[in-house]
Design a protein around this ligand. Structure first.
Ligand code: ADP
Length: 153
């Protein structure tokens, strides 16, 4: 039997879990969509963060609830305003990959003070174009925490 303290065992177990094991489905809108469309989409998909992609599905930006609130209180025609005007855009997006440890990804969420990370895969050698393959959110991490705590994982 191991004599390791239980905390070290927990840490070891958590480090083995990859983003790909827990990630959720990507929720995306097209870069050409309006702020109005983005708001409707956020309600329909019941998410707090939308990933914005080009026609080929490559990541262009991220839209949070507050990005859309800011656009809404600014006045103007939300049906005409492109969502890409208010999103945070590449290359300033904090991303994760299916292979990354969920612990590393969770640390990114804390350090960069964001609610969600796009899970991406590079589609070219330079890693400039990223395909969105999922999303990792604070809810994902909370669910994992509960599963670990209840011994379900
Ligand atoms: P909210 O703004 O609703 O509180 P966030 O804290 O996630 O939600 O977002 C804060 C800001 O950071 C927003 O402007 C948003 O566009 C941006 N943002 C959200 N997720 C990311 C990310 N993964 N990488 C970079 N910026 C992000």
């Amino acid at each position: 039997l191991s004599s390791k303290p239980s905390q070290a065992l927990v840490a070891e177990e958590i480090k083995k879990i990859k983003v790909g094991d827990v990630k959720g489905l990507p929720r995306v809108i097209r870069a050409g969509a309006s702020v109005y469309d983005a708001i409707v989409n956020m309600f329909i998909e019941d998410v707090g963060t939308l990933m914005v992609v080009d026609e080929e599905g490559h990541l262009e930006g991220v839209l949070s609830r507050k990005d859309l609130l800011k656009a809404a209180i600014g006045g103007g025609d939300l049906q005409k305003m492109p969502a890409s005007v208010v999103m945070t855009r590449m290359p300033n997006i904090i991303c994760t990959t299916p292979e990354e440890s969920v612990l590393t990804a969770a640390r990114k969420i804390i350090e960069h003070e964001v609610d969600a990370l796009p899970v991406v895969r590079p589609v070219d050698g330079q890693g400039k174009k990223l395909e969105v393959v999922g999303r990792l959110t604070k809810t994902t991490i909370t669910r994992l925490f509960v599963e670990l705590g209840e011994g379900g994982r």
